[in-house]
Design a protein around this ligand. Sequence first.
Ligand code: PMP
Ligand code: GLN
Length: 381
Amino acid sequence: MNTIKSKLPNVGTTIFTAIGQLANTHNAVNLSQGFPNFDPDPKLLELVDHAFKSGYNQYAPMQGVFFLREVISEKIESLYGHSYHPESEIIITAGATQAIFSTISTFVHSGDEVIVIKPAYDSYEPAIELFGGVVIPIALEGKDFKMNWEKFKSAISSKTKMVIINTPHNPTGTIWSESDMQQLQEILKDTNIILLSDEVYEHIVFDGKQHESVAKYPDLASRSVICSSFGKTFHATGWKMGYCAAPKELMSEFQKVHQFNVFSVNHAIQIALAEYLNEPEHYHDLNNFYQNKRDYFLNAIKDSRFKMTPSKGTYFQLLDYSSITDERDTDFAERLIKEYKLASIPVSVFCGEEYNQRFLRFCFAKTNDVLDQAAEILHKI
Ligand code: PMP
Ligand code: GLN
């Protein structure tokens, strides 16, 4: 056989799969990959069951079930005050992952620069590389992972095609403020840069703060593709359902790729999601639900040797172990699994080689018994 020339020579198996397998092998309490260990609302499961039994078992329309797109459009308008036309500006995707991949493949040409803010979710960079794009990384600064907007501004060049942002942020659990968004809007004004806004945790924001969607900022909205996920919002990551919203001129290009990438996604689940999403209380209470989980977890570990700044959004909590050991986070994460039977994600995998802070990421989307087990282990370290 001819030697295969890899398009992604530096990519191995994702950290979530690798750590998940290690956690299983060692029978560890698993707070690594971001998914709930509980089921979606029985009402949603019933709607799905009903849709499967009502004949929605063939291809859905290419852009998605129209009623679902209408409900998403209403949701965005009521929360963020921006109107996306359900006919031409919203597409239902196979999770946010496909929305992100299709957005990058639609707009990034060979040699284009894409600004990626580090730490960054792991799916952005391989997609950029696959289409010949050049990643321009910008590191968030300090232990509170703040954006340095001067540094951001100086990273922009005539080759910048796209900027990828993510608030609430995985893995740090930080959120951007109105002032961050205004600075971003000011810097991008008068450019042709496309913004990919990963908003999968839009409904998981704590302490009375608001999610800052790009949809709230007219100039940002005009250049943005918003990617979101039903998996995060409805405790159903295994269904791989999401959507994206963008102005018509961006979406018509996105659609060209989408129709050959996946064509359409699970029909019956779209029917069920449409009905469920039509009742806003199904996502309005998510902030409180996860804030209670965060507080439960933090309270349970408050006397441990780990240092923590409460997560402001997402269902991830970073723990700072710098006063415990100087080990690299990948080594410490592995040791925690093997010796203590507790799995987490080392933050450096979202950052690159140069990163040397001492943080592990823990997912608190777990039932209290599992959070208790994790806390008990953390106290022993
Ligand atoms: N973006 C971020 C920041 C994520 O944490 C995830 C993980 N769920 C995704 C995108 C992918 O979402 P989905 O599972 O809907 O593909
Ligand atoms: N988003 C999840 C996380 O950050 C993982 C999704 C995946 O395994 N690709 O943990």
